[in-house]
Design a protein around this ligand. Sequence first.
Ligand code: P61
Length: 894
Amino acid sequence: MADHEPHKIKTVRLLDFPTYDQRKKYLAAAHFNVFNLTPSQVAFDMCSFGTSASSQEQLAGQLIGDEAYAGSRNFEALEGAVHQVLGHTYVCPTHNGLGATKLVTSTMVPPGSVLPSNARTKLDVLGPMKIRYPDVRDHGATVFTGNVDLTKLKTILGAEPVALVGLQAFADGQNPFSLANLRAVRALADAHGKRLICDGSRVIENAWFIQRHEPGQADRRIADIVQQIVKTCHIFQLDGAQDPKCNTGGILTTDNPDDHEKFRNEVVVFEGLHTYGGMAGRTMEALARGLLEMCDEDEVHWVMHQTERFNQRLVDAGVPLERGCDGAYLRADAFLSHLDDHTQDTLSAALYLMSGVRATAHGLAGRDRMVPVQIPRLAMMNEQLDQVADAIIALFEQRDLVHALKATREGHWRDQLEYHWVYPDLEPYDFDTFPYEIHTLEKVGVLTRGQRREAIRAAGYNTFLLKSADVTIDLLTDSGTSAMSADQWAAYDGARASATTSDEYLAMVAKLREVTGYQHIIPTHQGRAAEHILSQICIEPGQLVPGNMYFTTTKLHQELAGGVFVDVIVDEAHDPESDFPWKGNIDLGKLRTLVGEHGASEIAYISFEHSVNMAGGQPASMDNMKEVYEYCSSVDIPVFFDATRFVENACLIQQRDERYRETRIRDIVAEMMLYGDGCTVSGKKDFLINIGGVLCFREDGDLAEEAREMLRVYEGNVTDGGLATADLAAITRGLEEMLDDRYIRSRVRQTQYLGKLLLDAGVPIVTPPGSHAIFLDAKRFLPHIDQDQFPAQRLAAEIFVETGVRAMERGNVSKGRNPETGENYRPPLELVRLTIPRRVYTNDHMRAVAEGIARVHERREEIRGLAFVYEPEKLRFFQARFEPVDAMLGRHEG
Ligand code: P61
């Protein structure tokens, strides 16, 4: 069983969570028919049609070629994918599944003829075409409920003008057929000289069901079963919006050149030329790529695991449903058994009113009594699905309060219906989860344990030197690794590049002024560039720079400017076992002593970091920032924040300081920034972007001018700092998204979830868990390894071998050597950092990480230390190479 997604999140689409009052308003405006609501009025849209997350390759494919006329290369790609995955020779493209149906009926099913099928819903369109579609599904079947009743089919074949025999994979979303039945249907069709056509829009789900439940099929691959299904049919049709995770598109495939000739000649009438069939070139490309990906065993198993889990949660709570291949199909009549009429739409309306979840039946009004709650493929996380299930369960518990919708406008199709409703008094269900869905995803590395052992050896036991593609869950850094949102991409795409002043620059300045309250906003290409400039303009050689623990680049630039970093963080920060909630605080006593000893003029400025990285992502308290600033103002020492993780610090203030429980994150941030004179920021963290930084000054225009002088020399224009205009646009959008309370809480909670799992497993970590990372305490994890044999470095390597998780050493290797003694510093904290990228991983990934590390912990005694085989002079941790001491001993002894 898959225990986490075989992919990570590449881009996200933000979700809206309308309030109860808004939902009342929207629903009334929609005439109480949830079909009329738009996604921005909905919290979770439980529909699997054209709503899948796509792969980054599909997304990229949208920009390739995109020509849709004779001989387009996108069509060639589609043909290639069909040959490879489905195995049929001929491909006729159509604009979607309906287009394929139309093509088949107009070429092969004359009016008045009959198309028996095991499915209903998608076939209702045949009614208006005067084609009958008798139901031949075996209603007595218990496992393969989509199997055809062969006797019934035979009778119809003998008695009626059958044009084609129809089959649907996972008919109506609930009824899979078996390979044995498929073969029998084919034989029967052949015996009567009829063609068998299969709608395989959900062929993957059906193949999975066969793999799981049909005797003798368990060891076959999904890809194999899919091809057998296709090849058993004369004609195969597929809606691109289903299994290939496209947003539209369709195909009709066959091995029969005569049939194909018919399709080719007809497709030009209704769809488009035979080489695009009414699809844009990009749709064909995305469809081709989706076809190539859809049989991926891990992905299929993950999707089906999610579906099973979702159903089970509902079943356990007694909710009446039928298991669907893509979700739970609620039995509306049983759910609202006290109502007689319009139970489906009433259930949909009540669920929306209560929670904002949209689930609705489609097609013909009154077709069946189900409300399908479908899971958009790969777009949601289990935590979100659990909450959707809980919302349904909560409604089920209040079902007696729901009264029926009253129709004010009847209709043939479900979207035509309109209602009247008196709102029931339902207890609203509030979501508290990740406020985004997965828009595109990226596959993760799948090396075997043996391959990982080889990879880490080749990387000299330095996780910095591993290839990202070999990593399963990458917790090396939260820097530049965020998943951007679709809105950020839109801003990025829409930016008009300028080598002078851009609209995007002005918008970013305005936004940052609003967020920080600082007047002078100077863009830089990333954090260390801002640190370089600040250090150069604010430090006189020999001056001291007190700060709350060092950060590598910060300290380096202070030293390059002739400054001397002095650590004035509270003592608790150096004690990994202390539970002090404000381990990022500056010890005011230490600071006063320092100023007393050296005089304020010897202090360049205070370097005050939010959510202190090297201490474990530990926050400073609001009171501490205020006190430090009061004191420093009184002695004329400027305070500059490293505000790289200031939103996370604000979130921990909201969480840990009673007085701020109800204060919005943006207001907490604004107050924090009052207690400083300026800041440097690496935007690659909280700003939710992949590149960028800023240097800001509250009001000192002279300093800003000096900074701009340097900017011109080292970075780029004063209006871009060397960043692309598009990146400025993404920053501005990110600045808005980072301040969303629901987002930042879900982020920090995810980190803390990982921390809790590790603590529960007895793994020593720095407490309390911080905001962006969990730090393993290597001294306690591997007490038998001397610090000069780099226990944290070895632990990070061992974690990779065990789990494919990449972590980062933050201990003796990172701290370096004392230039005077030549000895390693042997810092009090010998840590391994598990850093959580923003919006990239799910809680299931976090659970897998914790379980893997717990396994390493169990065999900790057999782990040995490391020795340098190559040691660079500066920032040695990036490029250093090591060998295990046991291996070296062995070599020496041997
Ligand atoms: C990180 F191993 N952090 O945490 P730049 N201030 C702070 C940072 O966390 C930070 C920078 C300034 C990184 C990347 C990194 O030795 C290392 O945009 C609090 O990276 O220039 C960066 O910002 C510098 C990792 C940097 C390292 C240096 O993963």
